[in-house]
Design a protein around this ligand. Structure first.
Ligand code: SF4
Ligand code: SF4
Ligand code: SF4
Length: 585
């Protein structure tokens, strides 16, 4: 790697040739402000917040896209630079709906923070303001262009990472806005509700449709029995909302907070992940042994399912018929649990706390209703849970740890690792290996490291009791598209594929706590949160789904065996082809 000598703010340094000025400055501990920049996702130099003076250049240059060369002299904080940044910011703010007090992103807004940092006290440019309707017809996503600063991060993530491509920049000049084809509501496009656009948006222009008030009403209704369940990835992000470092896993505090919020029971979706493994592992074995449709593709990620329904209907028979874990749990709660506790299922309200916005859409699927009522009534994101905790005045960081409620209790480590890419595959392999080998494999043989990690597509031939399983693990829908296209073209063959819609899996779901560009451009959130997931797995006494005592009891008392008729009725589902760009679907 060729190194070059440069000078930044009078400081001499050596960096690899081609490093951007922004990266070089960071190495020198100089922070250059950015707005549109998000590393590896949006590096377009459009907003001009990161301008710097480069000796010899006639105009100011955008640091996020300017590669350094030998002898470059840069000033990041000259009077000219500061004035230019201030003018740019004032122009952005002059056409911005500056209602911070009622904005969902207040206190976590990159524009608000920058305004304070650049000491904006007055906006000198007062002119016409664009007014946009709010698009809130989707069950998952709300778009408010009045708050949009046209940074285009959402467009990049939707087009380049997820390859869903429903968002685009439309019109020109003063009328420029982020929209959809023909300006139709997001709900009527093939948007998969993944929420990745929310996570990258620096401001309050895209956010989840909130169900908080409905959940408060249910909690306060004496006729309702409100059960809450939390997905594995929620526990490794919720602490970030209360200032805990990335990679914290305050599971006990989260449970304690949920009890304080007034839920009647607090359960762990990881238990249902164990149940999913029992059903999906059986499905895999049956398909492999009986010449069934392969590859079997996992079905826990509702963003991926909708993507498949719109774009790859020829793969619908490959999808596991298993409901996702929280939907399975809802079904169990309104059937088995309702009978056992002698509660009428219509009185049970199931609330899922998820790292996911697509779950809100999933909960509305009419086919997910084992007892004749929706399996899951409301879905809240990790962010919405943090909001409720704030609203209730709970001092999260200083809570004492509490445990999930009986009779469902703690889950296995296999259920926990569902939260990371490769986790469902690994959890399934732990169970399938024991079934095929007829023995209980020891701790040192249950970690399938070949399916772990943030590489977008992982392939492995895994030998299990003399049988080779051709496995593939994919996260991010752009990667899913690549793998499915290769299978379609006859260039790849697998037995079992895990697909998660969000890059990194649920740890980086569209409902997780939002980290600003300043953090996520330089620290891989997926890696930090995933470490916490695997630490949680290793801390648990039971690490295989089939060893979970509640699961054994559930089959013993109610379902008989995995894949039974009763299990199929309650725990499995169907899929439907959806038009690729309909005006109504
Ligand atoms: S997007 Fe940011 S600056 Fe705009 S109203 Fe919301 S918090 Fe305030
Ligand atoms: S939710 Fe996902 S698919 Fe929908 S617009 Fe946002 S990034 Fe695109
Ligand atoms: S909606 Fe958000 S991410 Fe998209 S262009 Fe506007 S400000 Fe940027």
């Amino acid at each position: 790697m060729k190194m070059v000598n440069i000078t930044i703010d009078g400081m001499n340094m050596q960096v690899p040739e081609g490093t951007t000025i922004l990266e070089a400055a960071r190495q020198a501990n100089i922070r250059i402000p950015t707005l549109c920049f998000l590393k590896d996702i949006n590096e377009i130099g459009a907003c001009r917040m990161c301008v710097v003076e480069v000796k010899g250049a006639r105009a100011l240059q955008a640091a996020c896209v300017y590669p350094v060369a030998e002898g470059l002299e840069i000033k990041t904080n000259s009077d000219k630079v500061r004035r230019a940044r201030k003018v740019t910011l004032e122009l952005i703010l002059s056409n911005h709906d500056r209602e911070c007090l009622t904005c969902v992103r207040s206190n976590n807004c990159e524009l608000q923070k920058l305004s304070k940092e650049l000491n904006i006290r007055d906006i000198r440019y007062k002119g016409e303001q664009t007014e946009h309707d709010i698009d809130n017809l989707s069950p998952s996503i709300v778009r408010d262009n009045n708050k949009c600063i046209l940074c285009r991060r959402c467009v990049s993530v939707c087009q380049n990472v997820q390859t869903v491509s429903v968002l685009e920049t439309v019109s020109r000049g003063f009328d420029t806005k982020i929209g959809t084809a023909f300006d139709i509501p997001l709900a009527n496009t093939p948007c998969v509700n993944c929420g990745q656009c929310i996570n990258v948006c620096p401001v309050g222009a895209i956010y989840e449709k909130s169900d908080i008030e409905k959940v408060w009403s249910a909690i306060n209704d004496p006729d309702k029995y409100v059960v809450v369940q939390t997905a594995p990835a929620v526990r490794v992000s919720i602490g970030e909302a209360f200032g805990m470092p990335l990679g914290s896993r305050p599971t006990g505090k989260m449970v304690s907070a949920l009890k304080k919020l007034g839920f009647d029971k607090v359960f762990d979706t990881d238990t249902a992940a164990d149940l999913t493994i029992m059903e999906e592992g059986t499905e895999l074995l049956q398909r492999m042994q009986n010449g069934g449709k392969l590859p079997l593709i996992t079905s826990c990620s509702p963003g991926w399912i909708k993507f498949c329904e719109h774009n790859y209907p020829d793969f619908l028979d490959n999808l596991s018929s298993c409901k996702s874990p929280d939907e399975m749990f809802g079904a169990v709660l309104k059937t088995y649990y309702a009978k056992k506790m002698n509660i009428e299922p219509e009185k049970i309200v199931v609330v899922s706390i998820m790292p996911c916005t697509a779950k809100k859409f999933e909960a509305g699927r009419p086919e997910l209703s084992a007892a004749g009522y929706p399996d899951v009534d409301y879905v809240l994101t990790t962010r919405e849970l943090a909001q409720m905790i704030d609203e209730a005045g709970i001092d999260f960081v200083n809570l004492e740890d509490e445990t999930f409620d009986d009779p469902i209790g703690d889950a296995s480590g296999a259920g926990v690792i569902f939260g990371a890419t490769g986790g469902v595959m690994e959890a399934a392999l732990r169970t399938v290996a024991d079934i095929l080998s007829g023995e209980s494999l020891p701790e040192d043989k249950i970690e399938y490291t070949e399916v772990r990690g943030v590489q977008g597509i992982k392939e492995a031939q895994i030998e299990v009791a003399g049988k080779v399983i051709r496995a593939c693990v994919v996260h991010g829908l752009g990667n899913a598209r690549k793998v499915l296209d290769r299978i379609r073209a006859g260039e790849a063959e697998y037995d079992f594929i895990e697909i998660m819609a969000c890059p990194g899996g649920c740890v980086n779901g569209g409902g997780q706590i939002i980290q600003p560009s300043e953090v996520r451009s330089w620290i891989d959130l997926r890696v930090e949160r995933t470490k916490a997931i695997y630490a949680e797995d290793r801390s648990l006494p039971i690490r295989k789904s089939h060893d979970n005592p509640f699961i054994k009891k559930l089959y013993g008392e109610y379902y008989g065996e995995p894949g039974s008729e009763k299990a199929h009725h309650d725990l499995h589902t169907t899929y439907q082809q959806r038009a690729n760009y309909p005006l109504d679907n």
